[in-house]
Design a binder for this molecule. Structure first.
Ligand code: SDX
Length: 392
């Protein structure tokens, strides 16, 4: 009745599923991954370590992490024929359109060798997805700028490998910038998983029918693209740039409050958080740190901060408990690092793939799992008899 996505597979709660991966307290602004606060993981962990945690439930030992990272590294190349799929896209195709198509096409390469009832084959499919999505994301960017694809290098870390595949120009040496790699690794951690959000629920629902995991992740990517969801990071920076200077903020606040105007403050509000999104707090701090370290000054960051201050004092936003979310500050950092806005949601999808894969595995390995089947509140016509057309 609330329009919320709920289906009840047999227990009395309105929850869509049981999960042990991520816990959110929206009123308190708490986010835990397997019990660990996101703030601690973002400041002290690495994306590969968090990936292991999400998939396995425990932080890895040094040896376990090294083995896991090496396994992922050895899956980073994609089949040479997969590269052919890019040729069908116009160069100005939105990278998320390419991601939907090419990640879905992975099914054509691995569908026959992925028996989802076999735990070992589920594990290999999981590793393939976590490893190949960055390669495909980097290929989407290189394709958009007309440069040749860059192969992964096995002696680089997961995030350094992605940055080199994305920005390296084969005619020159590419220097991995540790400041940028650290910033991106933190951003990936902050986007890795987030309980039963729309795209994760999409992956679970698709997976509940027994569809192969590559097709399920492609479905998640499609859902994430929406501006109400992962597409908000691109929309938020575009909005901040449109606002331009702080003196224009009241005009946009007024639009956001106007029920007759479909405009929303992008990067603000959340289905669950009715307090600060803890990820936004980490990203707000990181934005200042990263721009300082890169020696960059982006006036958009000042506009973002001013907008946040004004909105948080406005009765409309206070009454409706609207706070900055994960998408409000991330774009400022990504732009400073050199990504165009149309790559922002691709980066969200890259990071969220490990969350989608962990949630898919949790669901598919549950012996009691049943196909998802949301119900409805019927509001249509009551039963009536057919009337032949010449009598209507
Ligand atoms: C993500 O679910 C997840 O966990 C998602 C995510 C993840 O990690 O997977 O956290 C990632 O998607 C974050 C959200 C990114 N989207 C945006 O920033 C887009 C802008 N935000 C809004 O579109 C909105 O806040 C939503 C879509 C996020 C939530 O919308 P809801 O469900 O309407 O939120 P709500 O019920 O809490 O809204 C309460 C009221 C409503 O007004 P009334 O119907 O009560 O009159 O606040 C209004 C909303 O219209 N409102 C806003 C607003 N967000 C909500 N008004 C102006 N600007 C906004 N940003």
């Amino acid at each position: 009745a609330t329009g919320a996505f709920t289906f009840d597979p047999g227990f009395t709660s309105t929850a869509s599923c049981e999960s042990a991966i991520t816990y959110i307290d929206g009123d308190e602004g708490v986010l835990l991954h397997r019990g660990y606060p996101i703030e601690q993981l973002a400041e002290q962990s690495s994306f590969m370590e968090v990936s292991y945690l999400l998939l396995n439930g425990e932080l890895p030992s040094k040896g376990e992490l090294e083995k896991f990272s090496n396994t992922i590294t050895r899956h980073t190349m994609v089949h040479e024929q997969l590269a052919q799929f890019f040729r069908g896209f116009r160069r100005d195709a939105h990278p998320m359109a390419i991601m939907c198509g090419v990640v879905g096409a992975l099914s054509a390469f691995y569908h026959d060798s992925t028996d989802i009832n076999d735990p070992q084959q589920r594990l290999i499919a999981s590793h393939r997805l976590i490893a190949k999505i960055p390669t495909i994301a980097a290929m989407a960017y290189q394709y958009s700028v007309g440069r040749p694809f860059v192969f992964p290098k096995n002696d680089l870390s997961y995030t350094a490998n992605f940055m080199r595949m994305t920005f390296a120009n084969p005619a020159e040496e590419y220097e991995v910038d540790p400041i940028v790699v650290d910033a991106m690794d933190k951003i990936f951690i902050l986007h890795a998983d987030h309980e039963q959000n729309a795209s994760t629920s999409t992956v679970r629902l698709a997976g509940s029918s027994g569809a192969n995991p590559f097709a399920c992740i492609a479905a998640g990517i499609a859902c994430l693209w929406g501006p109400a969801h992962g597409g908000a990071n691109e929309a938020a920076l575009n909005m901040l740039r449109e606002i331009g200077t702080p003196d224009r903020i009241p005009e946009f606040i007024a639009r956001a409050k106007n029920k007759d105007d479909p405009f929303r403050l992008m990067g603000f509000g959340h289905r669950v958080y009715k307090n600060f999104d803890p990820r936004a707090k980490v990203l707000s701090k990181a934005a200042t740190e990263v721009l300082d370290k890169l020696g960059k000054n982006d006036p958009v960051l000042d506009t973002a901060r001013e907008l946040e201050q004004i909105a948080l004092k406005d009765p409309y936003f206070i009454d409706k408990k609207l706070y900055p979310n994960v998408d409000f500050y991330s774009g400022v950092i990504l732009s400073a690092i050199g990504f165009p806005t149309n790559m922002f949601t691709v980066l969200f999808a890259l990071a969220r793939t490990v969350g989608w894969v962990a949630q898919w595995n949790e669901m598919i390995s549950d012996p009691g799992q049943k196909i998802g089947r949301p119900r409805q509140l019927y509001t249509g016509a009551t039963q009536r008899d057919y009337v032949p057309v010449d009598k209507r």
